[in-house]
Design a binder for this molecule. Structure first.
Ligand code: NDP
Length: 508
């Protein structure tokens, strides 16, 4: 079978997916009624399904269903063993449909199949397994130091969680929220990006057989300013867990302030990738390429600001551009494809516009920066690299969210730390050096939530993931999610009753 034939075959995965994507409220998919929006395959620009937007009434129904399931249903009080069974059933359902879900994710996002099948879909399944295991070890606290008293600190479910996800890794990122929220006994209303709702909708079909009581999981679909705003402004929710752009996060936090509601924000990034001249050159090169071009460059944690120390700078940039120009661009379902299309026409144009913005700021184009010859139908763009001399330039400060590397050259360790920290973002950072002391020194002073030393991105779900500064508030991962999706309660109980001061009585 040729690569093209294989890709055509995989497009049949779409047959199992909902062609008319609607909300899921109180245990069933709703009848299509809202505004119809096309869902495109970014590799072809063709419409592959229709999304029926959830309006404010449907959002209200979804929140009420989740509210009722939380206030009156069994789920918040369900024991750990039963909750684990449900979470593991969801894990198994995802793995049993992993090929189909991966093809669907690639068709909807343009991310190459090797990455959706190899990484994102297994990770989505693992999220449920991880939290099934985590809750087994989750414990409260007991203080006995106050004479005659036991003080118990326990965690309870937060309530109704609004889970809002982005388009770049739809199932992987949304499933992390869903798995954690369910594990800690919450009920949920999920809103995926209106551009990439297919795998989450399919997950809702698959979850039907996994033993969740009615109303525990609900789905609304639609544009941010319609469905997303109705959800995050709804008085019936208890918190929002959001992954997306910084400006959207700011708007949601504004809406939540009125009701004094909590939120967890996983926002944008412009992460520094620092290559010292004592680094293992080949590994640093491999890591830099992966750090900026994986997932079509559409990654919050992309190492998109690459700082190279002067003695190796020219050689490193030359090698980077040569490899970048050999990256196989193509159909996301094609065998061997390494870079697929941008999510939509606007994102493709944004990449090209930043080349002009960079040149206007005095940066030099090292390679790429154009549409891909012979691939006019989808939203394909060449992987791109520019060299800048001005850390304050837009090119170095703004998140482009595409396969776009910006190089800067530095001389001293202190200088590069200063440059890396001169950013409104603080999501991740990468350091390449063979010096152990230097690795620790630099990792300690970079103002970011995660640092990878001599490795591209690796996640351990037990550890915290989240941003400093405008990259977010709160942390995902084991303990971070426990803090996010639970309320803390302190209960004090006297074991030896102490005299109580008698107001109005005889205390003499
Ligand atoms: P957006 O901020 O545009 O959208 C994220 C989600 O919020 C979508 O579902 C969107 O709906 C919805 N939304 C938009 N407006 C509102 C609103 N007023 N109220 C409620 N919901 C709303 O982000 P993108 O989808 O474009 O994702 C890319 C961004 O996400 C990048 O900045 C990236 O860095 C960040 N990101 C961060 C990650 C992290 O872990 N820190 C991980 C991955 C991405 P719709 O799309 O339908 O408009």
């Amino acid at each position: 079978m040729t690569g093209a034939e294989a890709a055509i075959g995989l497009r049949d995965a779409l047959a199992a997916a909902p062609r008319n994507v609607t909300g899921f409220v109180a245990g069933g998919f709703v009848r299509p009624h809202g505004e119809a929006l096309p869902i495109a395959d970014p590799a072809t620009g063709q419409t592959v399904a229709i999304l029926h937007e959830s309006d404010a009434h449907e959002v209200d129904a979804a929140v009420r269903a989740a509210r009722h399931a939380f206030d009156h249903g069994p789920w918040p009080k369900t024991g750990i063993a039963a909750r684990q069974q449900v979470l593991m059933a969801i894990h198994d359902a995802i793995m049993a449909h992993a090929d189909e879900l991966a093809a669907l994710e690639s068709i909807n996002t343009g991310v190459p199949l090797a990455q959706t099948r190899g990484m994102h879909i297994p990770r989505a399944a693992y999220n449920f397994k991880f939290f099934a295991e985590y809750i087994n070890h989750s414990a409260g606290e007991l203080y006995q130091q106050e004479e005659g008293f036991l003080t118990l600190v326990s965690r309870e479910p937060m309530g109704v969680c609004a889970l809002i996800g982005p388009w770049n890794v739809p199932l992987g990122l949304t499933s992390m929220k869903l798995a954690a929220a369910l594990a800690f006994g919450n009920t949920c209303v999920v809103k995926p990006s209106e551009m990439t709702p297919l795998t989450v909708a399919r997950l809702f079909q698959l979850m039907g057989d996994c033993g969740l009581p009615e109303g525990v999981v609900n789905l609304v679909n639609g544009r941010g300013h319609v469905t997303g705003a109705a959800l995050s402004g709804h008085p019936g929710i208890d918190m929002v867990s959001f992954t997306g752009g910084t400006e959207t996060g700011r708007a949601i936090m504004g809406a939540l302030a009125k009701g004094i509601k909590g939120s967890a924000m996983e926002l944008g990034g412009k992460s520094a990738n620092i290559v010292f001249d004592d680094a293992d050159f080949d590994r640093a090169l491999d890591g830099a390429l992966l750090g900026v071009f994986a997932n079509n460059g559409q990654m919050c944690l992309a190492g998109s600001r690459i700082f190279v120390q002067r003695p190796i700078a020219e050689r490193f940039m030359e090698a980077f551009v040569a490899r970048m120009q050999s990256i196989r661009i193509g159909d996301p379902l094609g065998v061997g494809t390494e870079l697929g299309p941008m999510i939509n026409a606007a994102q493709k144009q944004r990449m090209i516009d930043y080349v002009g913005i960079g040149e206007g700021e005095g940066a030099t184009l090292l390679g790429g920066g154009k549409t891909v010859p012979g691939m006019a139908t989808g939203y394909f763009v060449q992987p791109t690299a520019m060299l800048s001399h001005d850390n304050r330039a837009r090119l170095c400060q703004e998140e482009i969210f595409g396969p776009f590397a910006t190089f800067q050259v530095f001389d001293e360790e202190d200088e590069v730390v200063w440059l890396a920290n001169e950013s409104r973002f603080g999501l991740a950072g990468y350091v390449w050096t063979e010096g152990l002391g230097r690795a620790h020194r630099v990792a300690q002073v970079l103002r970011t939530g995660t640092i990878w030393v001599n490795t591209p991105m690796v996640r351990d779900l037990r550890s915290a993931f989240g941003g400093y500064k405008e990259s977010g508030i709160g942390r995902e991962g084991g303990r971070g999610c426990e803090a996010m999706y639970t309320e803390i309660k302190t209960t004090m109980i006297p074991v030896t009753p102490r005299p109580i001061h008698k107001l109005g009585g005889s205390n003499a």
